[in-house]
Write a protein that binds this ligand. Structure first.
Ligand code: GTP
Ligand code: MG
Length: 227
């Protein structure tokens, strides 16, 4: 009985996610699902990306959290259109909530929408929210074994971001080991090292600013040929 209920919810979510993707495609807007552990640096990365993009790309943000509006306030301080999605206990965003969030963003004025998912390495990866690109963020404070222990998020990632790399000398994080674990589950996602003052932010911004409606395979191909 429980299993039947879960299946219906998942099916409904997939339908909602397809509707979102169709809506965004019809408007030429790309949506990026930013996932990663609690405190891995997702909002900080978005703040730095907004500054990188400047006027080159018109951004909107949906911030997902269990409660509070702290992250949305950080993004709003940059003058970027943002809505806070509160899951009220759930460990992930679903397509229905994202769809409501899109309703309060000025879609006609946007090229790209970033959705910061709830901070954890498990649940967000299980739910399609209608995105075109998935970024899995792993900070060097969390341990290089996490892609092996939480493989789904890294296996589904379009781009893997190693964050807080400016702090790496204070940790035992091994970038080669983390990259090997990512490659075990994901043959093609680019692995980008970001952190305060590092060139990875610009690299990531460059790739995210690609052509509208470019699909995931095309993005990976672009990375492969010019990275
Ligand atoms: N040194 C350094 N600190 C960082 C970096 N990115 C984030 N931080 C710090 O890490 C802490 C958490 O950063 P957030 O951006 O709030 O992390 P988050 O993943 O959005 O957190 P949740 O939304 O709560 O899951 C903050 O104290 C940031 O200042 C970085 O690249 N370098
Ligand atoms: Mg955050």
């Amino acid at each position: 009985m429980d299993i039947a209920i879960l299946k219906r919810v998942q099916e409904r979510n997939d339908t909602d996610a397809s509707d979102i993707r169709r809506l965004l495609d019809s408007r030429g807007i790309r949506m990026v699902n930013v996932m990663g552990g609690a405190g891995s640096g997702k909002t900080s990365l978005l703040e730095r990306l907004m500054l990188q993009f400047g006027r080159e790309l018109r951004c909107g943000v949906l911030e997902g959290d269990i409660t509070t509006d702290y992250d949305a306030l950080r993004i709003a301080a940059l003058g970027v259109p943002v809505a806070q999605l509160q899951t009220e206990g759930s460990c992930h965003l679903d397509a229905a909530l994202v769809h409501r969030g899109l309703g309060v963003l000025p879609l006609s004025d946007l090229d790209i929408i970033f959705v910061e998912n709830v901070g954890n390495l498990v649940c967000p990866a299980q739910f399609d929210i209608g995105e075109h690109i998935r970024i899995a963020v792993l900070s060097v404070m969390e341990g290089d074994d996490k892609p092996a222990k939480y493989p789904l998020m890294f296996s589904r990632a379009t781009i893997a971001v190693l964050s807080k790399c400016d702090l790496i000398d204070h940790t035992d994080f091994d970038i080669s080991a983390a990259s090997r674990f990512i490659r075990t589950v994901n043959a093609s996602a680019p692995i980008i090292e970001t952190g305060i003052g590092l060139p990875g932010d610009a690299e990531l911004a460059h790739w995210l600013a690609g052509r509208p409606n470019e699909d995931e395979d095309e993005i990976r191909e672009r990375f492969a040929t010019t990275a």
